[in-house]
Write a protein that binds this ligand. Structure first.
Ligand SMILES: [Mn+2]
Length: 353
């Protein structure tokens, strides 16, 4: 049995945020085509600012062959079945254990509760949750993955510990709350299906989960907007211009965006470092990002760029850059990047000049 899973759609005023509704209908259209008839939404279907549920109701009515299972998240913690008229929507305002389409695997739908850890309701229901025969649907922080947790909402939200996972052995865990997608060994954050703002970058996805072999697939969501927040280091090299152009081109390549999707991109650019011609940087950025939209029509942020007008310091910098480039770097999210090292090395050379 296959089921689709998403979270954190954050539906809000449709006039202002049509892209969030479009992301949801894109998922519904896609799974309809795949003949999948269950969609799970792991919390924050609605943004906290929202209280007109009829727009979602209308969508649900249009896809009446798809059953939509919703748990409340921290944004929509108070919703229950009374807000909806569609019969193909169930909102789990209380913890519930269910098999979908007679699947052998049971789904434990756990609504978000403030000041509670996930381990509590799991422990209360442990007799009905046989090891490896159940899947957790929750909304909150997985303690091991907290370093990437929701930037928009600092703090701890209904945490799930590794101890809970080891003890109660869910076959898999699907959580909402962290809007960035993340896949651990037995845990998955589908992430928000449409970036909510510039902090939610890149292409988005939804999940197809197969209960027969506990496997999952990521499917891209075609969104109206794709955000990118990029930062570049400029160095006082002999050929600054081609250095920066090359860096920008390879970054854009990493985005993996087709020409069709180029117009959907909203980008924010920041440059830091030491340059011999600051004005030229704007020209290069505008040229290389031609055809892309800038987030909130902001110009490139050059507040971290310092002017280099000292031939001795430039020569010292170039020698440092050469030797740092030769070092083999093990990149890791918890370690400074090569660019960080270069930036701080040059900062030492130039002082704050
Ligand atoms: Mn959320």
């Amino acid at each position: 049995m296959k089921v689709a899973i998403t979270a954190d759609v954050h539906l809000a005023n449709k006039k202002d945020y049509p892209e969030r509704f479009n992301a949801l209908t894109y998922i519904l259209d896609s799974i309809k085509e795949m003949k999948i008839n269950s969609l799970i939404i792991a919390g924050d279907l609605f943004d906290a600012s929202y209280n007109n549920y009829s727009e979602f109701d209308k969508i649900a009515l249009k896809y009446k062959d798809i059953f939509i299972h919703v748990i409340p998240g921290n944004h929509d913690a108070t919703i229950d079945n009374s807000v909806m008229t569609s019969k193909n929507v169930e909102i789990y305002s209380e913890p519930a254990i269910k098999s979908l389409n007679k699947s052998k695997i049971k789904f434990f739908f756990l609504p978000y509760r403030k000041d509670m850890v996930m381990g509590e309701p799991i422990a209360e229901n442990k007799d009905k949750l046989r090891p490896n025969k159940w899947v957790l649907i929750g909304h909150g922080d997985w303690e091991q993955g907290m370093k990437v947790s929701n930037q928009l909402e600092p703090g701890v939200y209904m945490p799930l510990s590794q101890k809970d996972i080891n003890m109660y052995k869910p076959a898999h865990v699907f959580l909402g709350h962290t809007h960035k997608s993340l896949d651990g060994e037995s845990i998955c954050y589908p992430g928000s299906p449409c970036g909510l703002d510039i902090s939610e970058t890149g292409k988005r996805r939804f999940i197809i989960f197969d209960t027969n072999n506990i496997s999952l697939e990521s499917h891209a969501v075609k969104t109206d907007i794709i955000y990118f927040d990029e930062s570049f280091l400029i160095l006082p090299l002999k050929d600054e211009e081609s250095y920066l152009r090359k860096k920008i081109r390879s970054r854009i390549k990493e985005w993996n965006i087709t020409d069709d999707d180029k117009s959907k991109v909203m980008v924010r650019i920041k440059i830091r470092g030491y340059s011999t011609d600051i004005r030229k940087l704007i020209e290069i950025v505008n040229d290389e990002f031609k055809g892309h939209k800038f987030y909130e029509q902001e110009d490139v942020d050059l507040s971290g760029v310092f002017l280099s007008r000292n031939l001795d310091l430039e020569e010292i910098s170039r020698q440092i850059i050469d030797s740092v480039e030769k070092v083999i770097w093990q990149s890791s999210p918890h370690e400074p990047s090569r660019d960080d090292i270069l930036f701080y090395a040059l900062k030492t050379v130039y002082g704050d000049a």
